[in-house]
Design a protein around this ligand. Structure first.
Ligand SMILES: NC(=O)c1ccc[n+]([C@@H]2O[C@H](COP(=O)([O-])OP(=O)(O)OC[C@H]3O[C@@H](n4cnc5c(N)ncnc54)[C@H](OP(=O)(O)O)[C@@H]3O)[C@@H](O)[C@H]2O)c1
Length: 264
């Protein structure tokens, strides 16, 4: 009996998902969860080695396919959408996760570093959603909307810059894009929500901790949960947003941070 209600609310069996940047870090935590939940998962990234490693690791659990594209390039965004359409006539779940970070003193931020970051973190999710609307619309219905999940950041919610000017602005923009698209796409039965993670293990956060001595311990001390985020935390949130349980939710931005923002 208990299994029935979990299945009814949370099952993702047979859904098709695309996770950008799905082979590493936060994206890999999401891809691993979706594959184990029974989805047919496509992951994209620049590094074929990392993509193939994850595909091999997940082979015993289900179906995962790597598509190699540099999403900093607008033409490659279109190419990813075209390649996905060759594999699948529909898309149930799009996770816009690929992103980049930089932090520099105010006087050192260059036009190029600003534009490159904004391009990947804001323009790319927008262009990809635009290009994938036909696939997202194929099976979307009132009863079971398609889901877009944008990976924002607490960096887009908090006032402190820590030098991450472009990053914070890019994530705030992605949160706002989430709300605007949710409003526009409601009638097409496509839900759009954002998750704003706190600190999760990844190459990105490893870079922070390498750059600033004692930062890891300092950050842990500021997280009321007393730990960094895990696969269960981000994977569980994605499963909720993508499943029947989350079907009535659109236009939200949820901080997933172990209480960090509230305590700051
Ligand atoms: N980790 C955290 O604590 C944290 C907190 C808040 C928000 N986030 C957000 O979570 C997302 C993932 O971050 P992460 O921490 O997992 O970072 P990460 O370890 O640096 O991973 C970034 C991912 O994006 C892909 N990517 C980067 N540039 C790309 C490009 N030009 N074209 C295509 N793919 C590209 C990377 O794959 P390739 O290198 O193979 O291309 C990789 O899979 C980002 O949007 C980040 O802002 C993370």
């Amino acid at each position: 009996m208990a299994a029935d209600i979990y299945h009814e609310l949370f099952s993702l069996k047979g859904k098709t998902a695309l996770v950008t940047g799905g082979a590493k870090g936060v994206g890999a935590l999401i891809s691993k969860t979706l594959v184990r939940a029974g989805c047919r998962v496509f992951i994209s990234g620049r590094s074929r080695d990392a993509g193939q490693r994850l595909v091999d690791e997940l082979a015993e659990h289900g179906e995962c396919t790597f598509l190699q594209h540099d999403l900093g390039d607008a033409e490659q965004v279109q190419a990813l959408a075209r390649e996905l359409a060759e594999h699948s006539a529909s898309l149930d779940i799009l996770v816009n996760n690929a992103g980049t970070f930089n932090a520099e003193p105010l006087g050192s931020v260059s036009e190029k570093s600003w534009d490159d970051l904004m391009g990947l973190n804001v323009r790319t999710p927008f262009l990809l959603i635009q290009a994938l609307l036909p696939l997202l619309g194929t099976k979307a219905s009132t009863a079971d909307p398609a889901r877009i999940i944008n990976i924002g950041s607490i960096g887009g919610l908090m006032p402190q810059s820590n030098g991450a000017y472009a990053y914070g602005c890019s994530k705030a923009a992605l949160h706002q894009l989430t709300r605007m698209l949710a409003s526009d796409l409601r009638v097409r039965h496509i839900n759009v929500n954002a998750i704003a993670p706190g600190y999760f293990p990844s190459d990105m956060t490893a870079g922070f901790f390498e750059a600033v001595p004692n930062l890891e311990q300092t950050m842990l001390g500021k997280i009321p949960a007393g730990r960094f985020g895990s696969q269960e935390d981000i994977g569980g949130m994605v499963v909720f947003l993508a499943s029947r349980a989350g079907a009535y939710l659109t236009g939200t931005v949820t901080a997933l941070d172990g209480g960090f923002l509230g305590a700051a």
